[in-house]
Design a protein around this ligand. Sequence first.
Ligand SMILES: *Cc1c(COP(=O)(O)O)cnc(C)c1O
Length: 356
Amino acid sequence: MTGFLDIDLGAVVANWRHLSGLHAGETAAVVKADAYGLGMLPVARALAGAGCASFFTAHLEEAVALRAALPEARIMALNGMLPHAAADFVAHDITPVLCSLKEIALWSAEAKGLGRALPCFLHIETGMNRLALPPAELAVLRAEPERLTGVQVEVVMSHLAASDMPEDRQNEQQALKFYAAALQFPHAKKSLANSSGMFLSPFFHTNLARPGAALYGMNPTPGRKNPMKPVVRLTAPVLQIRDLAAGETVGYAGTWKAERPSRVATIGVGYADGYMRALTNRGHAWFEGRRVPLIGRVSMDLATFDVTDTPINPGDALVLLGPEHGVDELAVEARTIGYEILTSLGRRYKRRYIGA
Ligand SMILES: *Cc1c(COP(=O)(O)O)cnc(C)c1O
């Protein structure tokens, strides 16, 4: 047994409600990558039950899987449209987020073939330089509006590169570029903010916000108190406790050496479970209010902790993630971001959905 992963759907819904209260527009939910590793279908069902009407996935395949569970929702696939995919978007009623003239041409051809208008989002480049319509392509659309024949642009959107850094001037620069470009589509609604963007000034509030991380309990305001409720709790039972003499080492390459007679607890969670090897000699778990240091290298299926000062027994559960030690804190210890911690959570945990 690796451990238990408890996912609090009530907290996800509470987080969505809290975000919805921050602005006047609609609040969608980003559920790409299996809802950041927490389970797209249970998460999306809970949110839809609470009134969330719009969902974003990354890929068409994710959107199709979501459509089966949510026949009424508006579902967008962020990553654009591959050639030959237009018919699948139509068949499953998925709204593409178009990112190039080429994709617009595919969607327009599909609409003409069907003899009806097809809805889409347009992703406008303002600074990410990843997937979006660059200014030159927008100019072509302005000069040749017939390229949009049959294409009903419901929403124009863009994505902020530095929304978690409120002082960064790039945020205002991107918003200004976005609002200027959006003038080209007077009938379209606008969508700009991700989780952190919703906590910037109202200048960043639009008709449709696209939070992901904050729904799942990550702090959208780094450096300030986390306004979101924790969603995940990850616990792992201790498999064995060993008594070590001073001078003995633990794990591969003996990177931790006992300075004194020590007790070492081993759990059945390792880097194959997304408990990252970068936590080696840096991570912490918790037990009954005490912080327990991770010692030695994290193995594929095992990790070890110094419990010399902790009254813990085999079978007791160490808390790896929870209110005591959140996703963002573990991410710092693993030298990454909470997004990567959640999306790496392994498939071997016993998942339990609570609060639904
Ligand atoms: C992932 C993503 C989001 C959600 O971002 P969070 O930081 O998780 O809130 C919003 N918009 C786009 C385009 C994205 O790719």
